[in-house]
Design a protein. Structure first.
Length: 163
């Protein structure tokens, strides 16, 4: 089963200059809890923006480069979203973790979307696609707690593909 995990601003911005814009420790904890022990699938740019491999997760990368050598050992390389989806479908869950191009490509195959919705607009150059509410419904929404380290209102919203 394929799921996607994203943190997005009110205007769907998810990043700028190939980086995340905000620092929300509670969202990082949520991401870690969801994905630990599972496969995470990412675009080549997102892989290369990681300072190191995330512990206890199997990393898959998607690239068009036939001879791509990932910067870290142990990363499984795919050359199309469809190739990765085919393998992911046999797993209990695999999480597409971005970036923008990957979210766009994997959206048609995703069963569940774990979306941290930050209730503020940010300026950026990478966006999450608009979630089609004809196709997905909200099955859970939990308000995050604002504090000095997590300064903007945010919610953990789970969307599931309608039957
Ligand atoms: N807020 C969040 O939750 C979140 C999460 C992740 C990332 N981000 C942000 O998203 C931004 C990066 O997104 P991005 O869209 O620029 O990069 P990306 O999706 O991480 O990677 C794009 C690369 O993936 C490969 N690719 C894309 N479509 C493909 C296809 N159909 N077949 C084969 N390979 C394909 C290409 O690699 P090659 O060029 O090697 O062919 C492409 O250059 C950054 O700002 C990052 O901080 C935000």
């Amino acid at each position: 089963m394929l799921a996607m995990v994203v943190a997005k601003a009110k205007n769907n911005v998810i990043g700028k200059d190939n980086q995340l814009i905000w620092h929300l420790p509670k969202d990082l904890q949520y991401f870690k809890k969801l994905t630990t022990g599972h496969v995470i699938i990412m675009g080549r740019k997102t892989l290369e923006s990681l300072p190191f491999l995330l512990p206890n997760r199997e990393h898959w990368v998607v690239t068009r480069q036939a001879d791509y050598k990932p910067p870290y050992e142990g990363v499984r390389v795919f050359h199309s979203p469809e190739e990765a989806v085919k393998v992911a479908e046999a797993l209990e869950v695999a999480y597409c973790i971005g970036g923008a191009q990957m979210y766009e490509s994997f959206m048609p195959y995703a069963e569940t979307l774990y979306v941290t919705e930050i209730d503020k607009e940010f300026e950026g150059d990478a966006h999450f696609p608009t979630i089609d509410l004809n196709q997905f419904e909200v099955v859970e929404s939990i308000a995050g707690e604002v504090d000095e380290k997590n300064p903007w209102p945010f919610s953990f919203v789970t969307y599931r593909r309608k039957e």
